[in-house]
Design a binder for this molecule. Sequence first.
Ligand SMILES: NC(=O)c1ccc[n+]([C@@H]2O[C@H](COP(=O)([O-])OP(=O)(O)OC[C@H]3O[C@@H](n4cnc5c(N)ncnc54)[C@H](O)[C@@H]3O)[C@@H](O)[C@H]2O)c1
Length: 280
Amino acid sequence: MNSKIRKISVVGAGYLGKQIIEKSLLYNYKIKAFDTNKEDLDAFTKRMKKTIEDKNLSASITQFNNIAEAVKGVDLVIEAVPEKLELKREIFPKIDKAASPHTIIATNSSSIPISKIEDVVERKDKVMNIHFYDLFMLPIADIMRGTQTSEATFEKGRAWLESIEITPLEVKKECYGFVMNRIWRAIKKDCLKIWAGDHADIEIVDKAWRLFCQFFSKTNLGPFQFMDRIGLDVVYDIEMSYFKNSGYPDDKPPDALKEMVDRGELGVKSGKGFYRYKTK
Ligand SMILES: NC(=O)c1ccc[n+]([C@@H]2O[C@H](COP(=O)([O-])OP(=O)(O)OC[C@H]3O[C@@H](n4cnc5c(N)ncnc54)[C@H](O)[C@@H]3O)[C@@H](O)[C@H]2O)c1
């Protein structure tokens, strides 16, 4: 373990909470867990104890019947209860009151920024978003600060993620949907419109997506590298064409892109775009 976090509490051990627990155990963290569904947590805890034994891990898991006991003495609490703002706002003060002063409290919320929860706790500098996807199949997590999250808190959260081999995706400025969820949202949004407008069959959309992903996987390109290859003047014109067609302000490409084009920063072909390139 290369982070200062040693003991973790997971409040809400459902679909995601269980994954957080299991992954952390595999990296020898000490886990305390609480879930209102005691029977389910019982069965899961038994299974995890067997995993610890079978794999000869130095980890441990203990389940508790209340939040206060479950968060006592840990370095990090991950809240993974259902996606209801009122519920999260009810649970955070309970954690805040019972946890040690140094404890970081993170929410695994898929959509709620921690800034919408932070006012119900005293430790406003020790709260953050840590949003997982699938800890075993897609080992990335968005990390986002609240309005008063300290850099020490943020860095500890990041280091802990790296210690369990999850790649942290830093959100620099609060944004709805974080990093990856926002990218995925853009894809989802238009897939649904193609489907609802009967523009193409869903099987065609899925096939196109799979082939598209294969291309990105083979070339190892990201969207910004790909736009640099296409040419930013071309990208700008395409985006303007969408904007002129719909008239929606949201479809207008950012002014910053137009400024890059005006400066001659066109991507690979000009030696500079979002990235720099060697010109022949
Ligand atoms: N499912 C996903 O793929 C996914 C991915 C990323 C983030 N998330 C987020 O993680 C959170 C949990 O989602 P999930 O899919 O694991 O939901 P889930 O319904 O599988 O699990 C929630 C768990 O919380 C427990 N719970 C309910 N009220 C509680 C309380 N007061 N105290 C303690 N435990 C309580 C439930 O018994 C359940 O086991 C949500 O905020 C969700 O948005 C989910």
